[in-house]
Design a protein around this ligand. Structure first.
Ligand SMILES: NC(=O)c1ccc[n+]([C@@H]2O[C@H](COP(=O)([O-])OP(=O)(O)OC[C@H]3O[C@@H](n4cnc5c(N)ncnc54)[C@H](O)[C@@H]3O)[C@@H](O)[C@H]2O)c1
Length: 254
């Protein structure tokens, strides 16, 4: 069945990649991003590939922005919400600024809460909805210097479980997809930074740092994440709720 899928942070990386894959399967994409031009570019790429998409500006941390988007949509159904918008900040706890802490918590956690709260009434009215949170391997394990990110991603899976319980009386589910590294601008920036601070070539950072904890030794692709979403939004996944679906090349099996 073809669905309308709202993706946050769809102007780059995983949000754009997953949007393109899901549009290719016939779903209609509401590509939203803090950066309207980036969201428009995603919609343009989807349409150029023969798919259906609309672009909207949306700062997920803003209650007003979220309310405005819902009002702009004028009651058009949102069948699937993909809470994807995110960012990273790397510093040890002693040097972590309160501003960065609040920003990461705001985008990763408050944004997820605001968007989920906004789409629920429509989903309940139609007795169908799928809420998918893009968590991370860092929803399950920690790495040094990523305190706000790890804390927010862990919290995300707790929030998702609460949503799952509160929506158990309808055909709405809430699940968290937990990928390890996906090659996006967010990860490219980390590769560049690590190469600089360690004084080694980027290829070595990829082999020795990024892929080292992943027995499969490969980045996760957009197609793999889109395939997981494609499954979760089917009617047959109606009993899969409150779960974390880990796509990590075997990282957490060790
Ligand atoms: N890349 C990875 O390896 C990886 C692994 C696991 C999880 N993730 C998660 O995937 C998601 C996407 O990451 P990515 O790697 O594609 O990053 P990215 O930097 O390529 O894209 C993130 C997008 O989010 C948008 N954004 C930032 N703040 C926003 C806000 N306040 N409101 C709306 N949009 C906002 C940015 O404009 C950008 O377009 C994040 O939640 C990230 O934590 C990424």
């Amino acid at each position: 069945m073809k669905r309308t899928i709202l993706i946050t942070g769809a102007g780059s990386g995983l949000g754009r990649g997953v949007g393109l894959c899901l549009a290719a399967q016939g779903h209609s994409i509401l590509a939203t991003d803090l950066r309207l031009e980036a969201a428009r570019e995603t919609a343009t790429q989807i349409e150029a590939a023969g798919g259906q998409a609309k672009a909207h500006a949306l700062d997920v941390t803003s209650e007003e922005n979220v309310a405005q988007l819902v009002s702009d949509l004028g009651g058009a159904p949102i069948d699937v919400l993909v809470n994807n918008a995110g960012l990273q900040h790397v510093a040890c706890v002693e040097d972590f600024s309160v501003e960065k802490w609040d920003l990461l918590m705001g985008v990763l956690l408050r944004g997820t809460f605001l968007l989920s709260r906004a789409v629920l009434p429509g989903m309940r009215a139609r007795n169908f909805g799928r809420i998918i949170h893009i968590g991370s391997i860092h929803s399950l394990i920690a790495s040094p210097h990523k305190s706000a990110y790890v804390a927010a991603k862990h919290a995300l899976s707790g929030f998702s479980k609460v949503l799952a319980l509160e929506t158990a009386n309808t055909d709405i589910t809430s699940n968290t997809i937990c990928p390890s590294y996906v090659r996006t601008p967010l990860v490219d920036a980390q590769i560049e930074a690590q190469a600089r601070t360690r004084g080694i070539p980027e290829e070595e950072v990829i082999e020795r740092v990024m892929l080292a904890p992943m027995p499969k030794k490969a980045f996760i692709t957009f197609e793999e994440i889109a395939a997981a979403i494609a499954y979760l939004i089917t009617p047959l996944a109606r009993n899969v709720t409150g779960q974390t679906l880990t796509i990590d090349g075997g990282w957490t099996a060790q």
